[in-house]
Design a protein around this ligand. Structure first.
Ligand code: SAH
Length: 346
């Protein structure tokens, strides 16, 4: 398998069948060699820098009903909350003092967050922190809404496509949600000038390696600046409660493959990876990842924003949490950057 990895390293691509072989190869050798090559590429472009993003979970209200998600509208046990403008600004203030230079506002699709309300917060953040990047992850909105938020000063937008297979997409989403609309939103975001993040879950029920090849092909077409992938983790009060969670090892292989195919992409070692396996996020860094997103939401919000069970809550808003995270990152041979950490390519 080392020849295939070398081919991927040198040419940046493989045939569908070759990709499938790599995806399905569970040997330690493959994992180690992929990590080594992926780390080489990330160091070539980003050195040993790791960028931290302060994640602010602004709302657990959601109008959508994605079957895998713990804050889906029909999840009765989900405790609903939303942060107001002042609470969000307070989070950013704490994050800034901790050295964070990107703030990510993420939430369910909550009608309370109108364009006007969100844009007011964005402009205030833009004014207070001219040296910071503002990232949004607020789901599917109109092209007009994306334009307004960009004009107000937002820089980046995360919207995972979840799966690029039409068939699988419709099995894990309610009828009113379509892959076509998700993809349309992603292209709108790119056209609006956002640094755009797409991505998918690993190990969702029924997912095959052919589906994953489709995800990779879609990413090659879209050419996003950020790619977020993480294992699916079941939530006890969703229809997928009895399903098996996605494999952290498969997720790591995919992160390595993605680094080799997208040398300059911003690639987070996600919280879900850290939840699925102890030290998962550090293993992610060693397999090509260059971003970690510590949670800086208020404690109460963090407890209620449960997309899946047993969410990792370390690396939190406290100075202590951040210095522990920094120490871990440095012990792994990387340094925490104090820059905004923009993508090196358009
Ligand atoms: N409403 C926003 C934010 C969604 S939450 C949006 O639609 O983009 C962010 C990501 O969490 C989702 O895109 C999804 O990929 C992931 N997620 C949701 N439920 C999950 C679960 N049970 N296991 C793992 N990841 C999950």
């Amino acid at each position: 398998m080392t020849e295939l990895i070398d081919k991927l390293y040198e040419t940046g691509d493989l045939s569908d069948n070759e990709l499938k072989m790599l995806i399905e190869d569970e040997s330690d050798n493959t994992a180690e060699y992929l990590a080594k090559r992926a780390d080489e590429i990330r160091r070539r472009h980003y050195g040993n820098k790791v960028f931290l993003r302060g994640l602010i979970e602004i709302s657990s209200y959601c109008k959508n009903d994605c079957l895998y998600c713990g804050i889906r509208r029909s999840c009765k046990s989900a405790e609903r909350y939303r942060l107001d403008r002042q609470q969000i600004l307070d989070c950013a203030d704490i994050g800034y003092k901790l050295g964070l230079r990107t703030f990510v506002m993420q939430g369910g699709e909550d009608a309370f967050f109108t364009d006007e309300y969100v844009c007011g917060i964005i402009s205030e953040l833009r004014q207070r922190y001219p040296d910071c990047a503002i990232t949004l992850s607020l789901g599917e909105r109109s092209a007009e809404s994306y334009r307004k938020m960009k004009a107000a000063g937002a820089d980046r937008y995360l919207l995972r496509h979840e799966t690029a297979s039409q068939e699988l997409y419709s099995k894990i989403h309610p009828q009113e949600m379509t892959l076509d609309n998700r993809i349309k939103c992603l292209y709108n975001l790119k056209e609006t000038g956002f640094q755009t993040g797409a991505g998918f879950m690993v190990g969702i029920p029924w997912q095959t390696s052919d589906d994953i090849v489709k995800d990779i092909r879609f990413l090659q077409e879209l050419q996003p600046q950020m790619i977020g992938i993480g294992p699916f983790i079941p939530h006890k009060d969703t229809p997928f409660r009895d399903e098996k969670g996605g494999s952290p090892y498969l997720t790591l292989r995919l992160l390595g493959i993605i680094r080799l195919m997208f040398p300059k992409v911003l690639l987070p070692a996600t919280t879900a990876l850290g939840t699925a396996s102890e030290n998962g996020r550090i293993a992610g860094l060693k397999t090509g990842c260059n971003v970690i997103m510590p949670n800086i939401s208020p404690e109460d919000a963090r407890k209620k924003y449960n997309l899946y069970d047993n969410k990792l809550v370390s690396g939190s808003e406290t100075a202590e949490g951040i210095s522990l995270l920094k120490a871990e990152i440095e012990a792994a041979g990387y340094t925490v950057s104090d820059e905004r950490g923009d993508c090196l390519q358009e």
